[in-house]
Design a protein around this ligand. Sequence first.
Ligand code: PLP
Length: 421
Amino acid sequence: MTRSPVWHPFTQHALEPAMRRIVRTEGAYLLDEQGHAILDAISSWWVITHGHRHPLIMDAIRRASGLYDQIIFAEYTHEPAEELARGLVAIAPAGLDHVFYSDSGSTCVEVALKMALGFFHNSGAPRSRIVVMEHGYHGDTIGTMSAGERGVFNAAYEPMLYGVDRLPFPVPGHEQDTLDAFERFCRSGQVAALLIEPLILGAGGMRMYPAWLLTELKAIATRHGSLMIADEVMTGWGRTGTLFACEQANLAPDILCTSKGLTGGSLPLAATLCSAGIFDAHLSSDRSRTFFHSSSYTANPIACAAGLANLAVWKTEPVGTRIHSLEAMHRTRLERFRTDRRFANVRQTGTIVALDVNVPAAGYLSEAGPKLRSFFRARNLLIRPLGNVIYLMTPYCVTAEDLDRAYDAIDEAANLFAGDQ
Ligand SMILES: *Cc1c(COP(=O)(O)O)cnc(C)c1O
């Protein structure tokens, strides 16, 4: 077979087995060319919320593509973007009154960082420090990598990365250390923003922390005039049990980033929502205060129409009920692992569950990762552990039988390491 010219993401081509070719998607499944139905237990990298090819969303895409393709978004606007922005402002935490469009999670976080720095710059009291949480992940551009956890995945780019202040991850019983560290950083008067994934750090290993801690962090930020940027790229659209994770901490961030589930996962789109204060700091007859940012595909009308259809799904279908029953299905199925000594840190936030397999060498490059992945792959389950951390984040349409199959496979998979445990 001739070698494909395609260079795949996060893929070591020298070690990877042959790519499986997907010919169709349906509900919670990917269908390959051999006719296998593969359970998409990680929602195709966390983007698919309701299920693959939700009919309302696919219809909206068909209709929009009869009217538009890309339209320049400076000087011109269009109904899908206007209506989606109004819809987002209506359902987002109070006080987020403006919507800036981009096209990926990384870019909407970059936009958030630029908004925060621009806010202080234009206010005449520039601040330059960004505070983040240990093990955080915000994207793979140079800017978002700088704010994320450093490790093997960004060692080569280290000289290019800017410095940020890092809070220790709140270990149960030691949460005060995290709050104290933030307070100390803020006292410099230089902290523009705290950039944080609310309730659960995704790519950093599905690490979960309580909502009250987020509430406390916001209070500290407010006291010091620092902004809070909620990176809800993964947590948004119901994953944590509420539409946005911030709701559980009863807070409105100053800036909120959303992407993955914004179109139900159907098309790339992102939005950065911000407060009127941040927008107003850029509002001036002085052109140098313009927010200087754009992506070519900003506010793609077809993607915006898919986003609008996603809002319609949330309004017309019992998505909340579906999410709560999925939460409950996970809770009962996780129970058997809580006292199982082959596993540690059995945990759940909303529709996301994770557990660590006890292996001698943990961590992202742990050999356990590829071993587990090929075990699941052979059973037509798309589950990609983060090192020795197995997690499930399925589309909401997944059935009890699908989950049983995934949990039984997890149970069996842990025996791969029986000799090591
Ligand atoms: C996936 C992710 C991003 C990056 O999104 P991309 O669309 O892959 O650029 C940023 N932040 C969080 C929390 C994410 O999970």
